[in-house]
Design a protein around this ligand. Structure first.
Ligand code: OGA
Ligand code: MN
Length: 276
């Protein structure tokens, strides 16, 4: 197995491993180390079925069944991330990290390409430990005392600003009641690195601050963290599988393939409470 880092902030390509088979102890150990170090692992030429994707996921932990996504038929553990030619809006088309609104946010997500547009539909990733490291000591000090509220309501709830053509892909709007407080800077559970833990998708405001008061500083952090220096753009191919750490990274699904379809299978893994 070969593991090759792709940028200084985030990501590594992994070659010479077949995820559809049970992993050798040494392979799993090498993947664990790489996952903690790089935040996102990219695999090519895989042949995962829903069954083998579930087996691979279960070697990392417990699967979370997402409340809002339509599952793959017969596999409640596997969410469909689908865009049809008639839909203009895509899932994940802005910087975010999955499930930060949960009290114990998801460890990671495993996304497997099933049907890709001829061109386009790349996914961007951003590394939040590198983004944190590049802040000034002054701002680091200010952030160290702050917590922020994360919520699912404005994204998946009844009041969410979601076009009708995508609403049909999501269910359980009435279950979008997760609000939780996390530190703005966490000690990453695997790497121990200080990591920026706010995201444009789900973070609402700093604890004890209004939304209006929070906006300028959050916007500053979002502008900073999405800088090219901390990001990597992944081009999917048939057989690509990506496994990202939701505590260490953000991701962004580029919506540049109007009129074509794209289907991915996602499994999300249970995490743990995060702390400063
Ligand atoms: C997701 C997501 C990105 C993509 O599945 O959580 O944001 O490129 N997907 O489909
Ligand atoms: Mn996502």
């Amino acid at each position: 197995m070969e593991i090759e880092s792709v940028s200084s902030a985030i990501g590594a390509h992994v070659r010479g491993v077949d995820l559809s088979k049970p992993l050798e102890t040494e392979e799993l150990e090498a993947l664990r180390v790489a996952f903690a170090q790089y935040g996102v692992l990219f695999f090519r030429e895989q042949t995962l079925t829903p069954e083998s994707q579930i087996c691979f996921a279960e070697t990392w932990g417990r699967i979370i069944i997402n409340r809002f996504f339509t599952p793959v038929e017969g596999f409640p553990q596997v969410a469909e991330v689908r865009k049809e030619p008639h839909q203009s809006f895509n899932v994940g088309g802005g910087w975010h990290t999955d499930h930060s609104y949960d009290v114990e946010p998801a460890l990671g997500s495993i996304l497997c390409a099933k049907n890709l547009p001829a061109l386009g539909g790349d996914t961007l990733f951003a590394g939040m430990s590198a983004a944190y490291d590049a802040l000034s000591d002054g701002l680091k000090k200010t952030l160290s005392g702050l917590n922020a509220l994360h919520s699912s309501r404005h994204v998946f709830g009844d009041q969410a600003d979601m076009p009708a053509d995508i609403r049909e892909r999501f269910g359980n709007a009435e279950k979008a009641t997760q609000d939780t407080i996390h530190p703005v800077v966490i000690a990453h559970p695997l790497s121990g690195r200080k990591t920026l833990y706010v995201n444009p998708g789900f973070t609402r405001h700093f604890e004890g601050w209004t939304i209006a008061e929070s906006r300028p500083l959050l916007d500053y952090l979002y502008e900073h963290a999405s800088n090219e220096a901390f990001t990597y753009r992944f081009r999917w191919e048939p057989g690509s599988v990506v496994f990202w750490d939701n505590r260490a990274t953000w991701h962004y699904a580029v919506n540049d393939y109007q009129g074509q379809s794209r289907l991915m299978h996602r499994i999300t893994l249970d995490g743990e409470a995060v702390s400063a």
